[in-house]
Ligand binder design. Structure first.
Ligand SMILES: [Zn+2]
Length: 253
């Protein structure tokens, strides 16, 4: 999609973002959505980028930086990892992130969080991390994580902005509104640490079964819809005092 068209559409759906300050005295939980090889590492599978992509690499570095910060502060972190059994396809998507393959593992820049005591890893076999946290007995790993850690603010980052991030946010907001997630109050999506994939129209037209998915616009739409459902959209996230920006010095990655 040419940038003039994107600009035109964005003007019709203006997205106001905010600089969010996370209060030090309130528990904030970080949710990392599907930051795995199968969606982020060039050439790692059917749904992986085919060439380096700046939106995805920006999401990776921002997510890794936040993960480092949350781990230093010993704040709760939950990482969803898309992981499918080979006999249970996820239509309409081609086979991806099969259990036991490296596609379904965290990207190299985040692999270290597996050893952190404040991190909960949840493998899921659907795009909605809330539903993907349900166990056969009806309990929900994500709901328990919110309650056990007394999380009041949720910061959500990852991929794809308009699919797994959006659906998780929508379900979480519905559950919060129904009173399932006390004491959770705010759900924040940090736009610079989210990304989606790119299938331009001319590629989709020449690919059987593919739908066009212009990256920049769909990223915008994902954020816009999350905001429509009640999420806050941040273009800046910091802890404590309002003017303190996170800097690259906060992260040793
Ligand atoms: Zn999947």
């Amino acid at each position: 999609m040419v940038s003039q068209t994107v600009d035109l559409l964005k003007n019709e759906l203006p997205l106001e973002q905010e600089a969010v300050v996370l209060p030090e005295d309130v528990v904030t939980g970080l949710v990392l959505v599907d930051i795995i090889n199968g969606f982020c590492t060039v050439g790692a599978g059917n749904l992986a980028p085919r060439e380096p992509n700046s939106q995805i690499s920006g999401m990776l570095s921002e997510s890794a930086r936040l993960a480092r910060l949350f781990c230093e502060k010993k704040l709760p972190v939950m990482a969803f990892l898309d992981s499918h059994h080979p006999d249970k396809p996820e239509d309409p998507y081609p086979p991806h992130c099969i259990v036991g393959t490296d596609e379904s593992n965290l990207v190299p820049a985040l692999r270290w969080i597996e050893n952190e005591t404040n991190v909960t890893i949840r493998r899921k076999d659907c795009y909605d991390g809330y539903l993907g946290s349900m166990e056969v007995d009806g309990s929900n790993v994500f709901v328990d994580w919110v309650k056990n850690n007394q999380i009041k603010v949720l910061l959500v980052v990852g991929i794809c902005t308009d699919i797994c991030v959006l659906h998780f946010v929508c379900s979480t907001l519905s559950a919060r509104n129904r009173g399932f997630l006390a004491p959770l109050m705010d759900v924040i999506v940090y736009s610079n640490a989210c990304a989606t994939f790119d299938v331009p129209l001319h590629i989709a037209r020449n690919t059987k079964g593919a739908l066009p998915h212009p990256q920049e616009f769909m990223h915008h739409v994902g954020l816009y819809m999350a905001k429509e459902r009640g999420a806050k959209i941040a273009n800046e996230v910091s802890f404590g005092a309002p003017n303190r920006q996170l800097t690259t010095a906060d992260c040793s990655q």
